[in-house]
Design a protein around this ligand. Structure first.
Ligand code: NDP
Length: 446
């Protein structure tokens, strides 16, 4: 490791003990940025890297609620307000039992660079709770969301901090959170994105992360004279991002052969077509069942406790969670002829896996660039809320496609090596950094 990175990381680890995912995210970024900062000393004198790795504000709070049996439950709520140099804090809320401070700090840190890449005026934040919506009734989820918002409302606002969804927070949860915010503040504002279409939501927002990751893959493939048409695609996850990535890949002529949840994955060699996808959507979004039922319904294989990366594919799209592709998975993907990895999820590949992709010189699009379509469309939702005017589906999709093309172009500018290989990690890190860093310098030591 570069001794400068080592020294910086020693400081980060000492200040943030035990927060492994946060260390991982900061190290990846500092490996790209430290050499860049050496060449651009104004960032060094202003200690931008040290400042950007320290949250502007961290809020941790108690979330008590009553379950259906009348028993009191206690969860922990968080909001990390990471950086507001270029706009109000913006980033999702995650409800999952694994949520802790380190995971949310990694997500908030990544969000700063991602939001900058979109070119929209959004700072970075992230939040959530260790609450598990799985197995809870709608009423329990509502009571939890109301209690969570009863504290969070005093820290957020349309011009201050605008949360959205993430793992475990979809349309249902955003509805309950928004309802409670409106009741407490007595105002109808665009304080959350991912809202229902009848009450301030944007068309294409539910689709945006999965569609955007697919558009990004298309851009990467075009640099190699390739396209999605006719390609075999392995997708992990079966939630929001996975569902709409499956839809867009299929529309563009690719064949998605896997879908997964935290229990296992299904392999459908004939491909998950529109009809089978609507089964998954009903299963996951309404009945809230397990992916295993797909195998029973369509007579395909189900692999309990496994991830889909052993299935031969041309394109891999990890769309579930962090660190879901390890070094061995990466080697298997490359050995099986995979030419492109596009991350719908945040940090789904371990550092060792990323090294395997880079050594093999395959197309590798890190989450902060590839999945930025979600937050970009949230930014478009904020614009529509401010104007009090909704745009058409075509208009939003068109804007999303342009944004993904521009993010790709930024990555090429900052990430192209002398041999022509595009290092999208460097491209996204440096491309996302410059605007935020310049804004921080302009705003003084704050
Ligand atoms: P959902 O909750 O809709 O879906 C998550 C999916 O991933 C589910 O299939 C879930 O399975 C699976 N999953 C979650 N945790 C694990 C785990 N520990 N191991 C294996 N599988 C797991 O979330 P999203 O689709 O919204 O988010 C997926 C990823 O995309 C996350 O990394 C998120 O940060 C990222 N992302 C999301 C954006 C958005 O707009 N929603 C924007 C940008 C990034 P199960 O049902 O069994 O839990």
């Amino acid at each position: 490791m570069d001794p400068r990175v080592q020294q910086f990381m020693a400081m980060i680890k000492a200040r943030n003990p035990g927060e492994n995912e946060f260390h991982q995210a900061v190290q990846e970024v500092s490996e790209s940025l430290i050499p860049f900062i050496e060449e651009n000393p104004k960032y060094k004198y202003s200690k931008i890297l040290e400042r950007i790795a320290e949250a502007e504000r961290t809020i941790i709070f108690r979330v008590p609620w009553l379950d259906d049996k009348g028993e009191i439950q206690i969860n922990r709520g968080f909001r990390i307000e990471m950086n507001s140099a270029i706009g109000p804090y913006k980033g999702g809320l995650r409800f999952h039992p694994t949520v802790n401070l380190g995971i949310l700090k990694f997500l908030a840190f990544e969000q700063v660079f991602k939001n900058s890449l979109t070119t929209l005026p959004m700072g970075g934040g992230k939040g959530g709770s260790d609450f598990d919506p799985k197995g809870k009734s709608d009423n329990e989820v509502m009571r939890f969301c109301q209690s969570f918002m009863t504290e969070l409302f005093r820290h957020i606002g349309a011009d201050t901090d605008v949360p959205a969804g993430d793992i475990g927070v979809g349309g249902r949860e955003i509805g309950y959170l928004f309802g409670q915010y409106k009741r407490l503040k007595n105002e109808f504002t665009g304080v959350l994105t991912g809202k229902g279409i009848e009450w301030g939501g944007s068309l294409i927002r539910p689709e945006a992360t999965g569609y955007g990751a697919t558009y990004f893959a298309q851009e990467m493939l075009s640099t190699a004279g390739e396209s999605i048409k006719g390609k075999i695609v392995c997708i992990s996850g079966s939630g929001n991002v996975a569902q709409y990535a499956t839809e867009k890949v299929t529309q563009l002529g690719g064949k998605v052969v896997t879908s997964s949840d935290s229990n296992g994955f299904i392999y459908d060699p004939k491909g998950i077509d529109a009809e089978k996808l609507s089964f998954i959507m009903e299963l996951k979004n309404l009945r809230r069942g397990r992916i295993k039922e797909y195998a029973e319904k369509f007579g395909v294989e189900y692999f309990e406790g496994n991830r889909p990366w052993g299935i031969k594919c041309d394109i891999a799209m990890p769309n579930a969670t962090q660190n879901e592709i390890d070094e061995e998975d990466a080697r298997t993907l490359v050995k099986n002829g995979c030419i492109c990895v596009t991350e719908g999820a945040n940090m789904p590949s371990t550092p060792e896996a990323v090294e395997v992709f880079h050594k093999a010189k395959i197309l590798y699009g890190p989450g902060k660039a590839a999945n930025a379509g979600g937050v970009a469309t949230s930014g478009l939702e904020m614009t529509q809320n401010s104007m009090r005017l909704p745009w058409s589906r075509e208009e939003v999709d068109q804007k999303l496609q342009v944004i993904m093309k521009n993010i790709h172009a930024t990555c090429v500018i900052y990430g192209k090596n002398s041999d022509g290989y595009i290092n999208y990690v460097d491209g996204a890190n440096i491309g996302g950094f410059v605007k935020v860093a310049n804004a921080m310098i302009a705003q003084g030591v704050v």
